[in-house]
Design a protein around this ligand. Structure first.
Ligand code: BEZ
Ligand code: FE
Length: 278
């Protein structure tokens, strides 16, 4: 394997994976190299452009820590996260659609009783959220576990507030025996994804904005059902048609209804996919 040139280097790299023990890893690496080389050929990548790409990825690495994941953000704005969700979450008709997980979920969020106020002091207009967790035959999923998180009125998640130690506008609850859930929180607003790093620079350079439409995140789990990771979006929010991470599904857009006392009511039923169904 000497004197490789632009006509035979791709084949040589592919052959180098010949002894890969894990067949799936072998398939992925061969395909990755084929597509990477085809991309470089198609755009006639210069050495300066290759180096700019390396510097960009280096900046993504440097800004990433336990509170900031720039590579997920990059995957999100390139539509790769949503493509992966769409390919892997092709559920039977009637099931609630999935969307991107995002970087702001926190494991072991506080657990609340039904009816509790999960905002826990977060700034925003009060909102009652309620609905049911059902199966595909319309039967309740008793005791389903709901994990909820959202930004505050300033468009920031609790983890983005420097020095804030308590959870705000996030928590877990269990639906009752009839699959019903209800809790108090605040009205979600559109917010900009973190854009003070290399991904923000990429958005700027390509004339794109960093905004997401108003939404509430849910992760719903119950024994015998596929885990559901989704949002409920606010009807009439800005950016529903230009979500920076391509996550909007019309079936997840819902009216958040103003109440006479100035608060809001959001009602949404979730339908889970049985674990055996694909
Ligand atoms: C979110 O909705 O929390 C989110 C999703 C993708 C990128 C940034 C934020
Ligand atoms: Fe979000």
């Amino acid at each position: 394997m000497r004197n490789l040139n632009q006509d035979n280097i791709t084949q040589a790299v592919i052959a180098s994976f010949g002894d890969t023990r894990d067949p799936r890893l072998k398939e992925i690496m061969i395909s990755l190299v084929q597509h990477l080389h085809a991309f470089a050929r198609e755009v006639k990548l210069t050495e300066a452009e290759w180096f700019a790409g390396i510097e960009f990825l280096t900046r993504c690495g440097h800004i990433t820590d336990e509170r900031r994941q720039e590579f997920i953000l990059l995957s999100d704005v390139l539509g790769l996260s949503m493509l992966t969700v769409a390919m892997n979450q092709d559920k039977p008709h009637g099931c609630t659609e999935a969307t991107v997980f995002g970087p702001f979920h926190v494991k072991n969020a506080p657990h609340y009783e039904l009816g509790a106020d999960i905002s826990n002091g977060a700034k925003g207009t009060p909102c009652l959220v309620r609905g049911r967790v059902l199966d595909t035959r319309g039967q309740p999923v008793a005791g389903a576990h709901l994990d909820v998180w959202q930004s505050d009125e300033d468009g920031l998640y609790d983890v983005q507030h420097e020095g804030l130690t308590q959870a705000q506008a996030r928590g877990t609850l269990n639906a009752d025996a009839q699959g019903r859930y209800h809790f108090r929180s605040i009205v979600a607003v559109p917010y900009a994804i973190p854009h003070d790093g290399p991904v923000g620079a990429l958005l700027e350079a390509t004339g794109r904005h960093p905004w997401r439409p108003a939404h509430l995140h849910f992760k719903i789990d119950a024994p015998g059902y596929q885990s559901l990771i989704t949002h409920v979006f606010r009807d009439q929010s800005d950016y529903l048609d230009s979500d920076a991470v391509f996550g909007v599904r019309q079936s997840l857009v819902c009216d958040w209804v103003p109440q006479p006392d100035g608060s809001y009511l959001l009602e949404y039923d979730f339908v889970l996919n049985p674990a055996s169904a694909q």
